[in-house]
Design a protein around this ligand. Structure first.
Ligand SMILES: Cc1cc2nc3c(=O)[nH]c(=O)nc-3n(C[C@H](O)[C@H](O)[C@H](O)COP(=O)(O)OP(=O)(O)OC[C@H]3O[C@@H](n4cnc5c(N)ncnc54)[C@H](O)[C@@H]3O)c2cc1C
Length: 469
């Protein structure tokens, strides 16, 4: 039996890994071929190691409270190589009102859980604090329809929390616009808390207690976020090494997926036709939509409804002496109201040890997203100018960087917009027609690395079961 996987990002590789394991465990012979457009695997995960600097070109860590990343590392035997973030530096800043403000202690996502610390903080106005704490007394909204993240946050906590915390945090993670994103898809736990306890603050306290929320969130053995000493590409190379029987075809862009009577046909850009029993499509949903356009117009149309945003990651290396005002912490998020070019910055060499030789800092800057798509069209020199202007404003860095690396991520971040859960249901319904076709990737139910691994694993199990039966 033959299975083709389109895309060698973390979801496609995870699908291949779990399929390969299942076939060996169950003694069921399958041949797995991955077709990857680029000359390398990893998709949004790519580490460059140069002169003692570990530069993450895309993603830089993954969360341990979702188990699928750690589970895979344990299966691969690389869990001992995981490194946790330096939690003594664990502070997030919000640039608001032209200054750096510490996010008050005990915030759980975007709601306060430690009321005492929240009340002491000077980040919110007196009126803003009163409005946020009024959340404890507000009646819940009894309505099963979807709601935008913006409307939900303003309704429960008021506009100050939206502007100062929710929008910049969401901007930093989803590069999205809270007025368009679905609260049911992005903060389902908050929606449940409102239903179950009548209040998000009460729900957090009931579920997690109120003392140190960060400890309850993270896995017992690991910090909340982890990576590897040599960067996240270790995960990619380890998966590839663990499945020597899987064929990866690099520089093989697939441009059509057709259904024939009992099999599937893949056409590649270079003119090859591949016949296979099953297909896992692990590229972005708009790519899967295009590939399926001559096979199933309805499915193709539904997949095309998932919107994406673009972003740019700029890694800058500074001599420590020239970036002395960089605060101790993991990074800064910047609300849209500040009208800056950067949406967030993280301090790689504070977050993890051994990211840079001791006299240097690495600052990772993020631009683009829903509110600033124009930057994607700029030249490198223009992007650098904008970034350096902002770094000067934020941290008084006036000098040129010692080194810099710019990476563009066009249409790389799926947006879980209003009605997203219903759209996913419709896609699943349509897919049921094809027991040997599956979709995997960050467009379907979770944007982070552990979610992508889970989606690869789920696709592998689904296809394997249907092949065997
Ligand atoms: C800048 C950035 C920073 C991020 N930071 C983090 C982070 O720190 N932590 C975290 O958990 N998540 C992070 N994410 C999200 C996370 O990286 C992604 O969710 C995850 O890597 C998605 O994996 P994927 O395999 O679904 O997709 P991708 O990584 O996009 O892989 C899809 C693959 O399909 C290939 N492909 C596309 N079209 C075709 C075709 N026609 N034929 C063949 N191959 C094709 C692509 O070349 C690519 O290799 C970040 C994302 C971005 C963009």
């Amino acid at each position: 039996m033959k299975i083709a996987i389109i895309g060698a990002g973390i979801s496609g590789l995870s699908a291949a890994y779990y399929l390969d394991s299942l076939s060996k465990d169950e003694n069921f012979d399958i041949e797995i071929d991955i077709f990857e457009k680029n000359g390398h695997a990893g998709g949004n995960i790519s580490t460059k190691i140069e002169n003692g600097f570990v530069i993450e070109e895309g993603a830089d860590s993954f969360i341990t409270s979702k188990p699928w990343g750690i589970d895979l590392c344990e299966k691969l035997g690389i869990e001992e190589q995981l490194i946790s973030t330096n939690d003594s530096n664990r502070k997030t800043y919000i640039y608001f009102d032209q200054k750096l403000n510490e996010l008050p202690e005990g915030f759980f996502l975007m709601a306060p859980s430690n009321i005492e610390a929240f009340e002491k903080s000077t980040f919110f106005s007196t009126e803003g604090k009163k409005r946020i704490l009024k959340e404890l007394e507000l009646d819940p909204l009894i309505d099963d329809g979807d709601e935008s993240l913006e409307s939900f946050i303003v309704r429960r906590f008021g506009t100050e929390l939206l502007e100062k915390v929710a929008q910049p945090l969401i901007g930093g993670i989803y590069t999205g616009d809270p007025a368009k994103l679905s609260v049911k898809a992005i903060l389902p736990e908050f929606v449940d808390f409102e239903k179950q306890y009548g209040s998000i603050i009460k729900g957090i306290s009931k579920k997690y207690g109120s003392s140190d929320i960060s400890k309850t969130e993270s896995g017992a053995r690991y910090g909340l976020f982890v990576s590897f000493k040599n960067g996240l590409s270790v995960l990619i190379s380890s998966i590839i090494k663990a499945m020597p029987d899987v064929n990866i075809h690099y520089n093989s862009s697939v441009n059509e997926v057709l259904k024939s009577t009992d099999t599937w046909l893949l056409h590649t850009e270079s003119g090859c036709e591949i016949e296979t029993d099953a297909v896992i499509m692990a590229g972005p949903s708009f790519v899967s939509s295009k590939l399926l356009s001559n096979t199933d117009k309805k499915l193709s149309g539904l997949l095309n409804e998932i919107r994406y945003e673009s972003s740019i990651v700029v890694n800058l290396v500074f001599e420590k002496s020239k970036s002395a005002d960089l605060p101790k912490g993991f990074g800064v998020v910047i609300p849209n109201t500040e009208k800056m070019n950067l949406i967030a910055c993280s301090f790689s060499s504070h977050k993890f040890s051994n990211r840079a030789p001791k006299d240097y800092e690495i600052i990772r800057c993020f631009l683009g997203g829903a509110f600033n798509q124009n930057v994607l069209g700029l030249k490198d020199s223009e992007i650098m100018k904008l970034v350096l202007e902002d770094l000067n404003t934020l941290f008084n860095i006036e000098s040129e960087p010692f080194n810099s690396f710019i990476y563009r991520y066009p249409n790389s971040m799926p947006q879980y917009t209003l009605g997203y859960n219903e759209l996913l249901d419709k896609i699943s319904e349509e897919l049921r027609k094809y027991p040997l076709l599956s979709l995997s990737g960050n467009a379907y139910g979770g944007i982070g690395i552990p979610d992508s691994i889970k989606s690869g694993k789920d696709a592998a199990q689904y296809i394997f079961q249907n092949l065997v039966n």
